[in-house]
Design a protein. Sequence first.
Lengths: 53, 265
Amino acid sequence: MYAALWRILPGPVWVRLLLVLLLLAVVLYSLATWVFPWVNTIVDNQEVTVGAP
Amino acid sequence: MTEPATSAVPAQRGRRSKRGPKPRVRRRVSVFGVLGELFITGGVLVFLFLAWQLWWNDAVMAASQSRAAESISRSWTEDVAPDPAPAPAEEGYGDPIVATAPGNADAFAVLYVPRFGADYHRTIAEGVGTNVLNSPDSGIGHYPGTQMPGEVGNFAIASHRSANGGGMHVINELQLGDAIYVQTADGYYTYRFRDFEYVPPSAVEAIAPVPHDLEATAVDRLITLTTCNPLYSTAERIIAYGVFESWQPTSAGAPAELAAMMPAA
């Protein structure tokens, strides 16, 4: 899967490396901005109250 | 890695001059290989989420909640002229003003706990739902139906121990007699930390007007902080009780220790 991605990317090694890092940055940014906040609202692992809320 | 010589011609010794397709053994894409990579990716995502929740978002929320508390605190003090003749400290200011409980998610107080840090301040809003506890503007919720600051009975509040700003992250470090200040539009209420309790999550009697005695009539003014315990777990609740010591109206200014840690007007 990731090997295929590496093959698909064009250019010499340093260009591919740059592209991979860029892709990684985009993925991390979207996770932190959209995905994780959404998961945070559905995964309630943070109960802090006593009794029925 | 040395490449095997593909040609006997000496002029093609330079690596860069080789343009032809290299005889490379390409590993076939297998179902298990892809599946394995997906699993690894999933595992990494879980850890990334935890890191985001416990550190990154926690820090972002803490900063945001702190700023919100600063601004609401300032809004209460900036319009009030200092009382030209403050009451002598020994006499006090009589019974504290008790406000009526606001609507859900409305902010009505700011909590200051010197033990939690010199710059610790958080807004207390009505309700203990996620709209308050996970809010970037609040972080601390007041149990509906429990008493208000300064009222005889129990002013009970809840907050996260970790993540979402972690308003009570270091609650276990409170020591006997530590100040717990609550500022409202009316004034400043000083409580002193008394003791801890570790209870199951169902222990609603901890926030009763007289904790653990539902029949008794309240005579003391208490503050009760509840959050989860142990750290990073929700198996139990840690309860911190404080006893009301004094109050002073906004016009009299904040108590000395609190004034030092309040955001500059």
